[in-house]
Design a protein around this ligand. Structure first.
Ligand code: ADP
Length: 604
C-alpha cells in the first residue's frame, strides 16, 4: 500500500518535473526565435490581396540620380508635395524627419509653402539616439494635421519586423504611430482608447498597452501589392493616387538606413512598413498574442492527458493517445492563427514531448522493477518451501521409523524401548512443529507482516539453551564447545527467533569445522550492546565469499564440497531476525583457519 503510494507520488513528481522543464524550454530566447520562425512560416501574405488605400511615393534611386539632391531631401519633398497637390490624395504621411533647419533657408520656406497647400499632412517624429523626441520644426508641425511616430518594432533577436508600436510614450510625451494617425486623418475620425484597445473609424484595434507601447502585428501583404510610385512619376500616376493615403519616404538603398526584414524573408523600406501597417488597420485583420494563462492552461492540459494516459492505459494504448497529441502540439499555432491568435509552438510541444518521454520511461522502469520483484519473491518463496521440506525430512524420518517399529513389534518390544520410541516421536513432532512455526514466522518477517514479540529475557539463558541443543551434534564430530565468558544481559525481543538465530550460528560452526576441533562461545557487554561470538576452527571464507553469505541460497564452494547438507538460507534468516531486533551480525574469517560470527543486539 505504502509502496503504491510512493509509486504514485514518484509518477506525479516525474510528470511535474517534465512539465516544469518543458515550460523552461518554452520560455527562453532560443524558444522565442523558434516561435517567431513558426509565426513567419504560418503568416504567408494572403494571395491576391491588394492595398486599397495605401500608396508609397518613393524617393528612390532614380529620383536621387535625377535631382542630385543627396544632402537636401527638402527640395525633393517640395517637388513631391507640389505634384501630389495636383493628384489630390486623401492624406499624405511624410516619413522624413523635419527636425532641423535646411542649410538654405529658402528651402524651408518653400517646404512650408508646399505643406500649407497640402491638406491632411501627417509628419513623422521619433525618439532620437540621445533619448529625446525629435519633432518636426514648429513651423512645419503647425501646418500638419497630425504628427505620428515612425518607429517600427523589429524583433531584437532576429531583426525581423513583425509588430508595430501603435503608441509610443517617451519622456512624458505620447505619440501614435504614423500609420494609425494617417488612417485617422484620412477617415476624419477620432481615436477612442482603452487600456485594451484603440478604436478608430468604427474599427476596434486589439492592441493592449504594454510597457509604454501597444504592439500590433503587421499583416504584411505581398510586396508588390502596395503601389510604389517614384516621385518622378507622380504626374503620370495621378489616378492611382487620387483619394488614397500616400506615404512619402526614402526607398533608395543608398540613402535609406531603415530597411527591414519582414516575415516572408524579403527586405523592404521603412516607409513601406508603415503602408503595410496602414492596410492592416484598414483591413481590420488583427492578431493578438495568446495570453500566458491560455498557454499555461494548454500546457497543463497536455501534461495531464499524457499523465493520465500512461497511468491508466498499458502497452501501446497510451501511445495511441499521446502521438496524436504530440502532433497536435505542433499544429496548435496554426489552429490558433485561424482564430487570429498567435500561439507559441515550443512551450506546448516541449511540455508534451518531455512529459510523454518522462512518464513513459518512469512507467517502463517501474513495471520492470515490479516484475523483477515479483520474480524474486516467487523464487524466494519456492526456496523457503524447499528449505522447510528439507528441514522436515529428518524429524519425519525419525517419527516414521519409530512408529513403524512400534506397530510392527508392538508386543515384542520391551517397555523401556517403547518408552524411548514414544519419547522420540514426541520430541521429533515438537521439532517438526517448531520448524513449521519458524517457516511461517520467517515468511511473515519477509513480508513485513510480523510484529516481533517484545518481551524481556536473559541472553545468557539463550546461549545456554543453544549450546545444550548443539552439543550432541558437536559430539558426533568430536568437536568441543566451550563457553569462555558469559554475561547476564537482558534483551527485549522475540526469544524464540533469537534462539533460532544463535542456534543457526552454532550449527554452522559445527557443520563447517573438521572433527576434533574447538568452538569457543563468548558473550560480553560492550556499552549498550550485547555480543555473542561463535568462533570456530573450520574451513573459513575469503573476503569475496564473506560478502555473499547473507544472500539467500548462497553457499561457498568449500561448503558444497564439505558434504554438509544446507540450503544457504539460514544466514539470511538469521540476519533478518537480528536486524529486526535492531542488531547486526559481525563476521571475520580466514580461509582454512576458521570464522567468528558475532551476534550483536542492543541491551535493554
Ligand atoms: P547453509 O548452511 O544451509 O548452507 P547458511 O545460510 O547457514 O546456509 O550459510 C550460508 C553459507 O555460508 C554456507 O553455505 C557456508 O558456505 C557459509 N558459512 C556459514 N557459516 C560458516 C562457518 N562457520 N564457516 C564457514 N562457512 C560458513
Amino acid at each position: 500500500m505504502a509502496g503504491r503510494r510512493i509509486q504514485i507520488a514518484g509518477y506525479i513528481g516525474v510528470l511535474a518535473l517534465c512539465f516544469a522543464l518543458g515550460m523552461l524550454a518554452g520560455w527562453n530566447r532560443l524558444a522565442g526565435r523558434v516561435d517567431n520562425q513558426a509565426y513567419d512560416l504560418l503568416t504567408d501574405p494572403p494571395a491576391g490581396a491588394r492595398a486599397q488605400e495605401a500608396v508609397v511615393v518613393a524617393i528612390d534611386e532614380a529620383t536621387l540620380r535625377a535631382r542630385g539632391e543627396r544632402q537636401n531631401l527638402r527640395k525633393i519633398l517640395v517637388e513631391a508635395l507640389d505634384k501630389l497637390h495636383d493628384a489630390q490624395p486623401k492624406a499624405v504621411a511624410v516619413d522624413v524627419i523635419l527636425a532641423g533647419s535646411a542649410a538654405d533657408p529658402a528651402d524651408d520656406a518653400r517646404l512650408e509653402a508646399a505643406l500649407r497647400s497640402t491638406p491632411n499632412v501627417i509628419l513623422g517624429c521619433l525618439v532620437a539616439s540621445d533619448g529625446a523626441w525629435e519633432n518636426p520644426l514648429p513651423r512645419f508641425a503647425s501646418l500638419a494635421a497630425s504628427i505620428g511616430h515612425v518607429h517600427y518594432e523589429a524583433d531584437q533577436s532576429d531583426g525581423v519586423s513583425r509588430q508595430l508600436a501603435l503608441e509610443r510614450v517617451h519622456a512624458g510625451e505620447r505619440r501614435w504611430a504614423m500609420a494609425l494617425e494617417a488612417f485617422r486623418v484620412a477617415h476624419e475620425a477620432e481615436l477612442v482608447e482603452s487600456p485594451d484597445d484603440v478604436e478608430v473609424a468604427g474599427i476596434r484595434i486589439p492592441a493592449a498597452r504594454q510597457d509604454a507601447t501597444r504592439p500590433l502585428y503587421i499583416r504584411y501583404l505581398a510586396p508588390d501589392s502596395i503601389p510604389v510610385i517614384s516621385v518622378l512619376d507622380i504626374d503620370s500616376h495621378r489616378d492611382q493616387i487620387r483619394g488614397k493615403t500616400v506615404f512619402v519616404g526614402v526607398t533608395a538603398l543608398s540613402l535609406a538606413n531603415d530597411r527591414l526584414k519582414i516575415p516572408s524573408g524579403e527586405t523592404i523600406a521603412g516607409v513601406t512598413v508603415h503602408a503595410h501597417a496602414y492596410e492592416t488597420i484598414r483591413r481590420a485583420e488583427f492578431l493578438t498574442n495568446a495570453s500566458t494563462t491560455t498557454i499555461v492552461e494548454v500546457c497543463i492540459a497536455f501534461a495531464l492527458i499524457i499523465g493520465i494516459a500512461f497511468a491508466l492505459l498499458s502497452g501501446w494504448q497510451p501511445y495511441a493517445i499521446v502521438f496524436p497529441l504530440l502532433a497536435l502540439a505542433l499544429y496548435l499555432p496554426k489552429l490558433f492563427l485561424n482564430s487570429d491568435v498567435v500561439f507559441p509552438i515550443v512551450a506546448p510541444a516541449a511540455v508534451a514531448w518531455l512529459c510523454a518521454a518522462g512518464v513513459a520511461t518512469y512507467q517502463y522502469f517501474v513495471v520492470r522493477r515490479t516484475l523483477v520483484k515479483a520474480e524474486s519473491e516467487k523464487a524466494r518463496y519456492q526456496q523457503a518451501i524447499h528449505w522447510a521440506a528439507h528441514e522436515m525430512r529428518t524429524p519425519l524420518t525419525a517419527i516414521q521409523g519409530s512408529s513403524e517399529l512400534m506397530s510392527r513389534y508392538a508386543n515384542k518390544l520391551p517397555e523401556e524401548k517403547r518408552g524411548q520410541l514414544s519419547e522420540m516421536i514426541n520430541s521429533e513432532s515438537k521439532r517438526l512443529a517448531r520448524i513449521i512455526q519458524t517457516f511461517l514466522d520467517v515468511e511473515r518477517l519477509a513480508e513485513g507482516q510480523m510484529d516481533l514479540k517484545r518481551e524481556p529475557f536473559n541472553i545468557g539463558d539463550v546461549v545456554d539453551v543453544c549450546m545444550f541443543r548443539v552439543t550432541p551434534l558437536a559430539e558426533r564430530k568430536q568437536i568441543q564447545i566451550t563457553l569462555d565468558s558469559s554475561i547476564d544481559g537482558t534483551v527485549h525481543g522475540d526469544r524464540e527467533l533469537l534462539e533460532y538465530a544463535l542456534y543457526n550460528l552454532m550449527t554452522n560452526a559445527v557443520k563447517y569445522s573438521p572433527s576434533e576441533t574447538h568452538i569457543h562461545i563468548r558473550s560480553e557487554r560492550n556499552g549498550n550492546e550485547l555480543r555473542v561470538a561463535v568462533q570456530d576452527e573450520g574451513i573459513g571464507m575469503d573476503a569475496k565469499e564473506l560478502k555473499n553469505i547473507f544472500k539467500k541460497f548462497y553457499r561457498t564452494k568449500k561448503a558444497e564440497a564439505s558434504g554438509e547438507a544446507g540450503t544457504g538460507i539460514g544466514l539470511s534468516i538469521v540476519e533478518q531476525i537480528v536486524t529486526h531486533h535492531g542488531g547486526r551480525i559481525d563476521v571475520t574469517s580466514t580461509p582454512g583457519q576458521g570464522s567468528c560470527f558475532t551476534m550483536v543486539v542492543p541491551a535493554q
